[in-house]
Write a protein that binds this ligand. Structure first.
Ligand code: PPE
Length: 297
């Protein structure tokens, strides 16, 4: 936290922190994978670049150069060498000093937490596919929110949608944008397979530009499968052969049903499984073509 290693129990913030009251902050989620060379961080620099870009949108000035923050992430993982951890959560937020919305005089606080995330939507869901419902909460438009920034405050919409999904017995929510088209999940991007073709929603649909989305696109292209970015309607998803979600926490997550409509054969489809395997090989350092994505700590 702000340059020093702090025990988990003591990693606390002041109650008058701006980020806590108004969501004035930005964050990242980064996976740690076991490779034959030891623990490695997946696409560390890409995540940190996105963090700086998110911060820029909120006028948050990160008081460290990018390389130093990358090194700090590695050092925090090293400090947890005897702990079961798989996920890094960098968090940059407006601290304390003045009260009220205006953050202009507030100091920038920087923290990097290392935790255990496990299988995001659950082991069973990973094996058999997750249940989605379409959220009654619409995803804010690009007019209403800085969607390309991974800003803390943006996530209340996701939290409401996730609560709705879980309260209705589903695993995750599908977010539609203000046009009524598919945007993404509450913490994942979305892909579908129809007639052997792979599609995902375009960044103009109001999604976070997912790094896993990009990784899966590269893995797919490496397998000779081109990914088509296009607007996707809710109905198109219902009749897709396969649907899966991607995210740092979620990895490649097959979808079993949406609004009680079962996808394809009702089990993770062949292209989903192939991409899941391809992604996992890249993440675990078993594909030399993607080894540059890994930073051994
Ligand atoms: N969309 C949203 C809204 C999102 O939050 C994420 C990541 C993604 C897409 C996928 O982006 P990427 O991780 O770069 O592939 N969600 C993070 C937070 C999840 C959480 O519960 O917290 C994550 O996966 O780390």
């Amino acid at each position: 936290m702000d340059g020093t290693l702090v025990d988990y129990e003591n990693a606390n913030v002041h109650i008058m922190t701006h980020g806590l009251h108004y969501g004035g902050g930005v964050f990242e989620g980064i996976r740690i994978y076991e490779t034959e060379k030891g623990r490695a961080i997946f696409r560390l620099r890409d995540h940190m670049v996105r963090l700086y870009r998110s911060a820029k949108v909120l006028h948050l000035k990160i008081p460290y150069p990018l390389d130093e923050l990358c090194e700090a992430a590695k050092e925090t993982v090293r400090a947890n060498k005897d702990v079961k951890v798989d996920y890094i959560r960098p968090l940059v937020y407006y601290g304390t000093g003045t009260y009220g919305l205006n953050p202009i005089k507030l100091p920038t606080k920087v923290a990097i937490a290392v935790v255990y995330m496990g299988v995001y939507l659950g082991e069973e869901q990973m094996k058999h596919g997750a249940k989605l419902i379409t959220s009654s909460w619409e995803k804010p438009s690009n007019r209403a929110a800085a969607l390309a920034a991974k800003a803390c405050g943006n996530y209340l919409n996701s939290v409401m949608a996730r609560l709705e999904a879980v309260n209705r017995g589903a695993d995750e929510a599908l977010m539609l944008n203000s046009e009524g088209n598919v945007a993404e999940g509450t913490g994942e991007n979305i892909f579908m397979v129809r007639d052997g073709k792979l599609f995902t929603t375009p960044t103009s649909a109001g999604i976070l530009e997912g790094i896993t989305r990009d990784s899966v696109m590269q893995v797919a292209e490496d397998m000779g499968l081109k990914v088509i970015e296009k607007d996707i309607t809710r109905t198109e998803l219902y009749i897709a052969d396969e649907v899966f979600m991607t995210g740092t926490a979620a990895e490649v997550q097959p979808i079993h049903s949406i609004d009680d409509i079962v996808m394809g054969e009702g089990r993770p489809g062949p292209i989903t499984l192939k991409l899941q395997k391809g992604f996992s090989e890249a993440a675990n350092g078993r594909n030399p073509r993607f080894r540059h994505w890994l930073d051994v700590v």
